[in-house]
Design a protein around this ligand. Structure first.
Ligand code: ADP
Ligand code: MG
Length: 224
């Protein structure tokens, strides 16, 4: 069965908090990977991204068309943070080095950001430990710290608390949103459960899924 995601028009302003909700398989991860310059859209009308330090928007469409994967990778490194459902921490690095990873790749100096975030996220006591000695909830906090430590323009979070019990999920989610507000980072968050996040003041993107029985195609159309 084929799947198509269509985004007729969408604008996300700096500092906005966006929620992408819907049942499993409706295309949330596909949408996030596209917004993270990881997945090449098969057809593009226009796709622009204006980082804080640029006057003019960058033409992401042109980068994809010219196959400028290095350029897209650079944008990702500098401007994006990504939190995935299962954390994706490097098992052989300490919590401190995991959180510092994107900063290190960018050559940023140690300035206390890692320790500050760890304290805010309640994991300051774990900085010298390896991830597999932590609970699932603590590992997700580390993953959140890692996605924020280089102060990206945008943080993308794909069901970051889906593997946690509802109580831990709620606490970690509100910590996460509190931090992105403090750092003025735009957040785009996917969740299968709107009920878990509706109190956090996010703008919910609407979408509808259509099943084209004749061609065996499932299509999700997202609108801002
Ligand atoms: N790598 C892939 N190859 C082929 N189909 C995929 C792949 N990843 C996801 N899909 C399909 O695309 C659709 C949307 O998936 P996804 O974006 O992962 O949804 P969600 O994150 O909302 O659960 C589903 O029908 C899924 O089966
Ligand atoms: Mg998904």
């Amino acid at each position: 069965m084929a799947f198509r995601l269509r985004v007729p028009s969408l604008q996300i302003a700096m500092g906005e908090k966006i929620a992408l909700t819907g049942e499993s398989g409706c295309g949330k991860s596909t949408m996030l990977d596209m917004l993270a310059f990881l997945l090449k859209p098969s057809a593009i009308g226009a796709f622009c991204f204006r980082p804080q330090d640029e006057k003019e928007p960058l033409d992401v469409e042109a980068y994809w068309k010219a196959d400028k994967l290095n350029k897209l990778g650079d944008l990702r490194k500098r401007h994006l943070g990504y939190v995935i459902q299962t954390g994706g921490l490097l098992p052989y690095l300490t919590v401190r080095d995991n959180i510092n990873l994107c900063r290190k790749v960018l050559g940023l100096k140690r300035d206390g950001t890692v320790e500050h975030l760890a304290a805010e996220l309640g994991i300051a006591n774990h900085l010298n430990k390896l991830p597999d000695t932590l609970s699932t909830g603590e590992r997700q906090r580390v993953a959140i710290g890692r996605a924020l430590a280089h102060k990206p323009t945008i943080v993308i979070a794909d069901e970051p608390t889906a593997s946690l019990d509802p109580y831990a999920a709620k606490r970690i989610m509100s910590h996460f949103i509190g931090l992105v507000e403090e750092l003025n980072i735009t957040v785009i968050l996917a969740s299968h459960a709107w009920g878990h996040i509706k109190q956090l003041g996010l703008r919910q993107l609407h979408h509808r899924t259509v099943r084209h029985g004749d061609s065996n195609l499932t299509e999700t159309i997202v609108s801002g």
